[in-house]
Design a protein around this ligand. Structure first.
Ligand code: BTN
Length: 225
């Protein structure tokens, strides 16, 4: 497997590979030999991984992972970078909490963030997969954009967002939320999604109570009413 180094793009070090199992797995296994802000882009990814050990069907879609060695609220930055980049192509997408990207009610992109601790944080790998073609078998929607232009638009937005303070990121994350203002069914009760808290949890309300729920406690896709 041969990595082709492209000239740096902004603060990012870009590496393209013709075919790989998973860009996230590669950077997880090789974080020590790669610099902060390294980006690995697969022309073909054969064993893409999703959240909850799901398979991510990637084919020739835009599949890449970024290695960050410092802490940042990537759970907000990554989906925002994608949404804002799509906006520059006049595509209006939303963030389905915690960080799926939805367009016209269908999943357009998925994000897998994996962090390594020793015990302090030593690396976060932010993996992004964007459908460039519709995926009818899994109900996914695609956008027909140039892979490289879209990648660079996302990286540009990411770099800008890294300079924002957390409060501003949270406002944007709320602004593009697909779930705030919707109703969900959780543990047999119907709740209204009031907001997203600073720690990333959802603030839910029912006539009886107000409670917070974390992304590892709920499958939002099946909970949305
Ligand atoms: C999800 O929706 O569950 C997350 C999907 C993340 C897929 C991307 S594609 C690039 C990177 N490499 C992987 O193996 N997964 C992520």
């Amino acid at each position: 497997m041969q990595l082709e180094k492209e000239d740096n793009f902004q603060s990012f070090h870009l590496f393209w590979v013709d075919e790989i199992d998973s860009t996230n797995t590669y950077l997880k296994n090789h974080y020590q030999n790669n610099e902060d802000f390294s980006v690995l882009i697969a022309r073909i990814q054969t064993q893409g991984r999703g959240r909850y050990d799901r398979v991510w069907e990637s084919d020739e879609d835009l599949c890449f992972s970024i290695l960050f060695k410092k802490s940042a609220p990537h759970f907000m930055l990554a989906p925002l970078a994608v949404v804002l980049a799509l906006q520059s192509f006049h595509i209006e997408a939303f963030i389905k909490w915690p960080n799926d990207i939805y367009l016209s009610g269908k999943k357009l992109a998925g994000i897998l963030i994996e962090s390594l601790y020793e015990p302090q944080l030593i690396a976060s790998i932010v993996g992004i997969g964007i459908n460039l073609k519709d995926k009818p078998t899994v109900g996914g929607i695609g956008v027909s954009l140039d892979k490289e232009l879209l990648l660079k638009a996302i990286l540009k937005q990411y770099e800008t967002l890294l300079g924002y303070d957390k409060k501003d990121c949270l406002s944007l994350y709320r602004k593009y939320s697909f779930v705030i203002g919707k109703y969900i069914n959780y543990e047999g009760t119907t709740y209204f999604v009031e907001n997203i808290n600073e720690d990333g949890s959802l603030r839910l309300s029912s006539p009886q109570e107000i409670r917070n729920v974390y992304s590892n406690e709920i499958d939002i896709k099946s909970a949305l009413l």
